[in-house]
Design a protein around this ligand. Structure first.
Ligand code: S3P
Length: 428
């Protein structure tokens, strides 16, 4: 599928359950593989990124049985139970796979090379190479930053690491490596990023503790296996929530969505903008909070977004920008430089593509300024191979006059293969 054509729609309605959270799915496969014993995982995301994690562990000798509706049984062989592989492990577009897997491979007894697609080869890996080296890992890449990276497994030692970026991928890489180091490893981040790794490790009984922005983990010899159910992905929900807010006379209910506070920045910001979103039936699933969301069409007002909020909405900014084009007043996003090194430059690309649709949007080095209340006009736009760009532009197409052609949309499978099907069933 090279492009899709989207026409303006009247409304969106219905009740949906969304596929499992991508971040939690990656972690379930990884931790199930290094735990000892059988891990049954329910609700796993079937996206290509998670398939890449699954394939990596299959190559590393882990037996994984696929059941119905995303159910998996992982036969974990313990922390050091992975087998060496001769061939290079290709993790495609998945930064999470590359960075977290590196932490696990650093503590093995063999060497391994990981590579990725053209987009991943442009993404920074120095952020994990430096702390892993400090822990004693032998890890290199052609320019000491970009993939492919080669890791020669070593005996690791604990470190106290002050991370320069609020990145859950860096944090998780160090914490997973910390499992292999004898003694206590700590990591302090500049502001809190998603904490799924900490929660899953705690759920599996690992000695992990959090004090403010510092996480402590003790090295262990074994990780216990426990069943894991993955909640629906709030990052996928964001596209439907914003479509519902922007289309008149709309109401949707999204059941079983993960509402981990390190991920709910999108709900907080939209509510601040005036969105009618009700969070119902909050419960806990394997250490993660889950809820149902009821959303109604709403009039939105512009807001200022920056600082500690940014890591809590990092993946939702492209679609949030679409919402901001329809809000009354100005929305300013700052402190979001990290968007430049995601699957594409999400500052430059959001600004250029929404401008093409008539939005009043200006680029800043660390974000963007959007003057709302401007009707969008359908035209031809490009995702630049970035799944979240493709889906955000699809939502923009639903509210734009006429027809919008979104080019390069196969990338949607990276995180949400059913996006178009689900959307088509709900819009009128
Ligand atoms: C992720 C963390 C985030 C996010 C990515 C998934 C994770 O990246 O953008 O889509 O699963 O840990 P950073 O932690 O590098 O910001």
């Amino acid at each position: 599928m090279r492009n899709i054509k989207v026409k303006r729609k009247e409304l969106i309605k219905g009740e949906i359950s969304l596929p499992g959270d991508k971040s939690i799915s990656h972690r379930a496969i990884m931790m199930g593989s290094i735990a000892r014993g059988e891990t049954r995982v329910k609700g796993l995301s079937d996206c290509v990124d998670c398939q890449n994690t699954l394939n990596a562990f299959l190559k590393l000798g882990i037996e994984i049985e696929e059941g119905y509706e995303g159910e998996l049984t992982i036969h974990g062989r313990g922390l050091k139970g992975l087998s060496s592989v001769r061939e290079v492990i290709d993790v495609g577009n998945s930064g999470t796979t590359m960075r977290l897997l590196s932490g696990i491979l650093a503590g093995q007894d063999f060497s391994c090379t990981i590579t990725g697609d053209e987009s991943l080869k442009k993404r920074p890996m120095k952020r994990i190479i430096l702390p892993l080296r400090e822990m004693g890992a032998k890890i290199s890449s052609p320019d000491d930053n970009h993939p492919p990276i080669t890791i020669v497994g070593q005996k690791l030692h604990p470190i106290d690491y002050l991370s320069p970026v609020a990145s859950a991928q860096v944090k998780s890489c160090v914490l997973l490596a910390g499992l292999y180091a004898q003694g206590r490893t700590s990591l302090t981040e500049p502001s809190l990023s998603r904490d799924h790794t900490e929660r899953m490790l705690r759920y599996l009984g690992a000695p992990i503790e959090t004090k403010g922005r510092t996480i402590f983990i003790e090295g262990v010899t074994e990780l216990g296996a426990k069943p894991i159910t993955v909640p629906g992905d709030i990052s996928s929900a964001a596209f439907f929530i914003i479509a519902c807010l922007l289309l008149q006379n709309s109401q949707i209910r999204i059941k079983g969505v993960g509402v981990n506070p390190t991920r709910t920045g999108i709900l907080d910001i939209l509510k601040n903008m005036g969105a009618e979103i009700v969070i119902e039936n909050v419960r806990e699933l394997c250490g993660e909070p889950v809820a149902d969301l009821v959303v109604n069409s709403s009039s939105l007002a512009g807001v200022e977004i920056g600082g500690e909020l940014i890591p809590r909405i990092i993946d939702e900014i492209p679609v949030l920008a679409v919402a901001a084009t329809q809000a009354e007043g100005v929305t300013e996003i700052s402190d979001a430089r990290e968007l430049r090194v995601k699957e594409s430059d999400r500052i430059g690309n959001v600004v250029s593509q929404l401008s093409r649709m008539g939005a009043l949007i200006e680029e800043k080095e660390d974000g963007m300024v959007i003057s709302g209340g401007k009707r969008l006009v359908g035209t031809s736009v490009n995702s630049y191979g970035d799944h979240r760009m493709a889906m955000a532009l699809t939502i923009a197409g639903l509210i734009a006059d006429g027809e919008t052609t979104i080019n390069d949309v196969a990338c949607i499978n990276t995180s949400f293969p059913h996006f178009i099907d689900i959307l088509n069933k709900m819009v009128q």
